[in-house]
Design a protein around this ligand. Structure first.
Ligand SMILES: *Cc1c(COP(=O)(O)O)cnc(C)c1O
Length: 240
């Protein structure tokens, strides 16, 4: 199968995002596209920058550190799980952490950010489906975590993120996205505290996520094609 140029794939993703906004009467400015470049190299990021993308997502701190150093200027978000011992380098690289998943991690972020002065926005990952294999706060544990975050007084929690169970059918994700928005809406109504950001939707289900209120969609494959191993490709070219 011939791969379309990145410009075409980006235009297609943007058109689908706008159509989803139209169907749900949302302003397209409310939804940001996070281009997930994990496993792709700086060459891909630079092509994406030329195509007009400016916000990128990575899921591993070490890989991102090596890559970001070689790329032009852009905004970077950490979309995957963060280990506590990687908080310090992560603060140097990312303006938003999408998947904060424990109170202990919130504490380490608050302590480290107090030293370094970084103020990333934080999203709490919620395991809406309750799958045991998933990272994220149980729905029952979320209000405790939000209270803890408020008391820590570190970088602000500005919203929630979720990854639904994998399904080839985008409609299968809808109940999980809707539930996340309802949890957010209830929290806001009960506490008067704002949680404007909802990070939900990937290549297979970003339109459904937008219809259910996503403000960030995290899209990799639909933009860049199947993932490859940058490290492997890099080694292969260096061997030539
Ligand atoms: C890889 C990844 C994505 C992008 O997935 P695609 O299906 O390739 O769009 C989104 N979110 C997270 C947390 C990821 O790890």
């Amino acid at each position: 199968m011939e791969l379309q140029p990145l410009e075409e794939r980006l235009a297609e993703v943007q058109a689908r995002m706008e159509a989803a906004c139209g169907r749900s009467r949302r302003n397209p400015d409310e939804v940001r596209l996070v281009a997930v470049t994990k496993t792709f190299g700086p060459d891909t990021v630079d092509a994406a920058l030329r195509a007009g993308l400016g916000l990128f997502g990575e899921n591993r701190v070490q890989e991102a550190a090596a890559k970001i150093a070689e790329c032009g200027s852009a905004e970077w978000h950490l979309v995957g799980h963060l280990q506590r011992n990687k908080v310090r380098p992560a603060l140097e690289l990312f303006s938003m952490f999408h998947a904060v998943d424990s109170v202990r991690l919130l504490e380490v972020i608050a302590e480290t950010a107090a030293e370094t002065g970084h103020q990333p926005r934080l999203l709490l990952e919620v395991n809406v489906s309750g799958e045991s294999s998933k990272f994220g706060f149980a729905v029952d544990a979320l209000s405790g975590a939000l209270d803890a975050a408020a008391q820590l007084g570190g970088p602000s929690v500005t919203g929630l993120m979720t990854v639904p169970p994998f399904s080839p059918d985008p409609e299968a994700s809808r109940p999980y996205f809707r539930r996340l928005r309802e949890i957010r809406d209830r929290w806001q109504a009960e506490t008067g505290m704002a949680l404007p950001d909802l990070s939900m939707g990937m290549s297979g289900d970003f339109e459904v996520a937008i219809e259910e209120g996503a403000t960030y969609v995290r899209v990799g494959t639909a933009l860049f094609g199947r993932r490859q191993t940058w490290a492997k490709r890099k080694a292969a070219t260096e061997d030539e």
